[in-house]
Design a protein around this ligand. Structure first.
Ligand SMILES: [Zn+2]
Length: 122
C-alpha cells in the first residue's frame, strides 16, 4: 500500500480515479495505521465471536438431535421394535447397539438415510 517512506512522509499510491500519489505526514500515517489496526482487531473479535456462536449452535443442535433420537428410539421400543432397523427391518447388530443404544437403523441404512438427508439440503 505504501509506495515510499521518508523520515517524515509516507507516500500512498493514488486511489482509483486519483492520478497522483497522496502525500501524508508520518504522524497522519501513524494515525491511519492505528485506526486500521483497531478496525482489524474489531474484525478479528467479530470473527471470533461468530465462530464461538457457530460452535455453540452446532453443539446445541447436536444435543437436541441426540435427545430427539433417544425419544424416537424409546417410541420404537414401546411398539416392540427395539433393535429392529427401521430401514431394512432386520435386527441391528448388537455391537452397534452397544456403541449406540439409541440407534434405530443398521449402519448401511443409516448411511443411506444420511446421504439422502444431505442431498435434500443442497
Ligand atoms: Zn437396515
Amino acid at each position: 500500500m505504501i509506495a515510499k517512506t521518508t523520515k517524515d512522509q509516507a507516500i500512498f499510491p493514488g486511489h482509483l480515479g486519483e492520478p497522483k500519489n497522496i502525500k501524508v505526514s508520518f504522524a497522519h500515517f501513524l494515525e491511519i495505521s492505528f485506526i486500521e489496526a483497531e478496525r482489524s482487531a474489531d474484525l478479528i473479535d467479530r470473527a471470533n465471536e461468530s465462530a464461538l456462536l457457530y460452535n455453540e449452535f452446532a453443539l446445541e443442535t447436536f444435543r437436541l438431535e441426540r435427545i430427539a433420537q433417544a425419544a424416537h428410539a424409546y417410541e420404537r421400543a414401546q411398539k416392540g421394535m427395539a433393535g429392529i432397523c427401521e430401514g431394512c427391518e432386520k435386527p441391528i447388530p448388537s455391537e452397534r447397539l452397544e456403541w449406540n443404544p439409541d440407534a434405530t437403523r443398521c449402519v448401511k441404512c443409516q448411511e443411506e438415510y444420511e446421504k439422502i438427508g444431505r442431498s435434500r439440503q443442497v
